[in-house]
Design a binder for this molecule. Structure first.
Ligand code: PFF
Length: 482
């Protein structure tokens, strides 16, 4: 590590809180990464996009874009040691570039608000399932009965608002207590427990008689089923699931001690996150096929499949209750990281306390969340579609989208990849190499590979996927006759 990097880190770290060990950082970053994205979102978007081919593209994106950008984002965070806006301004100044790079931090703060607004509503669904599971309501129930429990829940705005409020209060209380007091404790014990429960569920899925079918659905790519929107959402999901592109991992990186290997922690976090998502897929799809359900049934998928599994299993009431409790915890450790960039930025900009900033941000997110609540009931018919038709084909941007679909599309498929692209460009092209080498502290060969990935592979892939979704690639291919 060069002298300048060392002094920089050491002087800054006096003032800034730090994780108590590398393991805690890995747990916290994994806590941020593993959440509803893995267990709720991954299975349903895989189902909507036809299975294997989608999963393959998603895995490719994790390896070639996700891991290098995660390293870049942690690196920027640790070097800047501030909120994302100030970090980007500070780093840009250090390397002699425009302070407008602060905009990257800004976009992250806004994305965090928007994502948390719907994340909290869905986490509310998971909470609502805890008493439902515990009461034994699902034992012996058939698919139709389980479906109606779900539709009863989402068609009731008051109850969704109540759970959304409760989840948001839980999130803001932890955030208000700060790094060591709140965030660390929540993750240390719960993540391993979630893992154990997932293993129990896989064993159950193996006994459904449809495990092979579910497995093949996930891992046999059928490229005829993949669409340009599917490719965009596979990439968007790679960012979402690893919590990249909006400054969350940057802020977590800012609490990272100077001597920790960024490459190792990034690989560990990406590996665990992917494992949990694939495990969730291996649980859900056998249940879907065993009960002749629709893989493409949308955001309700896990709420319509898992209760069936628990309902038909020994000790299902106990395991089911525990599972939804753990899902809430997984969502909780992610939601605190969604709002942390805004909190650090708000505290600094308005010179207010952590508590006050947390209360104000919480209220804002709460109001925004009402759009999602109502898009499942009162305003569910209020949808809009957006397509670009050219003589080279029709490009669907959004189809019958509710406010929730729109928020999800805007954040996962546009804002996060755009943020990630900017992070890659900054870290790869603009930051002085001596700084990135010093921060990453890896040997020359690995550094060259990383640099190649953030300079070329990640930005080019993000740009191509964007252009593809906008129909530009098809246009060029048609002109060129290929
Ligand atoms: N990675 C989280 C999940 O998969 O549930 C969601 C998330 C957290 C996205 C934090 C973005 C973020 F900054």
């Amino acid at each position: 590590m060069s002298d300048s990097a060392l002094t920089n880190n050491q002087s800054a770290s006096v003032a800034r809180e730090q994780w108590s060990s590398r393991l805690v950082f890995i747990l916290a970053a994994t806590g941020s990464a593993v959440g509803l994205g893995n267990i709720w979102k991954f299975p349903y978007i895989t189902g909507e996009n036809g299975g294997g081919a989608f999963v393959l593209i998603y895995l490719l994106c994790i390896a070639s874009i996700g891991i290098p950008i995660m390293m870049a984002e942690i690196m920027l965070g640790r070097r800047g040691r501030q909120d994302p806006v100030t970090t980007m301004k500070k780093l840009a100044k250090e390397s002699g570039h425009s302070r407008s790079w602060g905009l990257l931090g800004w976009m992250g703060v806004i994305a965090g608000f928007l994502i948390l607004s719907y994340y909290s509503v869905i986490a509310g669904w998971a909470m609502a399932y805890v008493p439902r599971m515990a009461s034994g309501m699902f034992s012996g129930l058939e698919a139709a009965g389980v479906n109606s429990v779900f539709s009863d829940l989402v068609s009731n705005p008051e109850s969704l608002i109540a759970w959304h409020t409760l989840f948001l209060i839980m999130t803001m209380v932890v955030v208000a207590r700060g790094v060591r007091g709140g965030l660390e404790k929540a993750v240390t014990y719960l993540m391993p427990l979630l893992f154990v429960l997932l293993i129990i569920l896989i064993v159950y899925a193996m006994g459904t008689g449809h495990f092979k079918e579910g497995f093949a659905y996930l891992f046999n790519p059928d490229f005829s089923k993949i669409t340009t929107e599917g490719i965009l959402s596979a990439m968007g999901h790679a960012f979402f699931t690893l919590s990249l592109g909006m400054g969350a991992i940057m802020v977590y990186g800012s609490y990272l001690p100077p001597d920790t290997s960024i490459a190792k922690v990034s690989i560990a976090v990406a590996f665990m996150d992917t494992l949990v998502a694939l495990m969730a897929g291996m649980i859900i799809f056998p249940i879907v096929f065993a009960n002749a359900l629709e893989p493409s049934s949308g955001p309700g998928l896990i709420f319509k499949t898992l209760p069936l599994a628990f309902g038909g299993m020994n000790y299902g009431t106990l395991f089911g209750t525990l599972f939804f409790i753990l899902l809430v915890f997984a969502a909780w450790t992610s939601s605190i990281s969604l709002i942390e960039p805004a909190i650090t930025w708000g505290m600094k900009t308005f010179q207010t306390s952590r508590i006050k900033t947390s209360v104000i941000s919480g209220l804002l997110v709460w109001f925004l969340g009402l759009f999602t609540v109502f898009s499942f009931n009162l305003t569910s018919d209020f949808t809009f579609s957006s397509t670009i038709s050219t003589k080279y084909g029709e490009f669907v941007i959004l189809k019958d989208a509710t406010a929730f679909d729109f928020l999800d599309y805007l954040t996962s498929n546009i804002m996060l990849p755009l943020g990630g692209l900017m992070i890659a460009v900054y870290a790869g092209w603009l930051m002085k190499k001596e700084y990135s080498l010093a921060e990453l502290n890896i040997n020359r060969i690995w550094f060259t590979i990383w640099l190649f990935l953030v300079r070329f592979v990640a930005p080019i892939m993000v740009i191509i996927v964007f252009l593809n979704a906008m129909g530009v690639v098809a246009f060029i291919r048609t002109i060129m006759g290929v």
